[in-house]
Design a protein around this ligand. Structure first.
Ligand SMILES: [Mg+2]
Length: 226
């Protein structure tokens, strides 16, 4: 049995900046500050921690009601952004071949482990019709701290399938050092993919269990994930 937990941005797909544009515009509409997100590092972060950074930097006070409202404004803007053609939205190399093959396996289970909130994550992957592959996951709604997310995904998997995976049967597939760091404390296997924001050399420094340039060598990837 293998439980595969996929990151979204830079691993399954690129939103072509749709997420950033929608978060940035929502920040202006809700908190009245323009371009608050343009100078914040996004890769591998949870949406919650990105938003908290932006609030800190602009001196806007935290307010739960406004935070909830922000999410709804962001989701509406993201739907429009993701449906707008162009801007480099893309499925990552190999993903279109790999997912159907993995989904056919009855001892392999596909889930998400992402810094997106669940609604926005699913808006993004639904653009590429990937939602049906992923019946469970862990999201920024569960914790703003990415390293805490894995147990949420495993608990949901266990509830859904009535199976208890060993730590080393859980694989985290992602494109940033943060993805590697959210596997290791839990004894899970870190599979790093250098297809987006970080190079092979940069990811190697964080000692993933497996490291690929991208997911396009289906045969080799299946030897690890299948
Ligand atoms: Mg990513």
């Amino acid at each position: 049995m293998k439980v595969l937990l996929f990151d979204i941005d830079g691993t399954l797909m690129l939103s072509g900046g749709a997420g950033l544009r929608a978060m940035n515009e929502a920040f202006y509409r809700v908190f009245g500050v323009r371009d608050a997100l343009l100078h914040i590092n996004l890769a591998g972060r949870t949406d919650t921690s990105i938003l908290l950074d932006a609030l800190n930097e602009t001196g806007v006070a935290w307010d739960q009601q406004q935070f909830d409202y922000y999410k709804t404004v962001y989701y509406d803007l993201l739907i429009k952004e993701i449906e707008t053609p162009g801007n480099g939205k893309a499925l990552m190399p190999g993903v279109g071949d790999l997912l159907p093959l993995l989904a056919k396996r009855n001892d392999v289970y596909l889930g998400l482990l992402t810094g997106n909130w669940e609604t926005s994550g699913r808006i993004k992957i639904s653009h590429f019709k990937l939602n049906d592959y992923f019946r469970f996951g862990a999201f920024a709604d569960d914790s703003g701290v990415r390293e805490e997310l894995l147990p949420f995904a495993v608990r949901r998997f266990s509830t859904l399938y009535n199976l208890q995976p060993k730590p080393e049967q859980v694989y985290v597939i992602g494109d940033t050092p943060s993805d590697i760091k959210c596997a290791k404390p839990h004894g899970a296997i870190a599979v790093a993919v250098a297809a987006s924001s970080y190079s092979l050399e940069q990811l190697q420094q964080h000692e993933p269990d497996y490291l690929f340039a991208d997911l396009s060598d289906t045969e080799r990837i299946l030897q690890v994930l299948g």
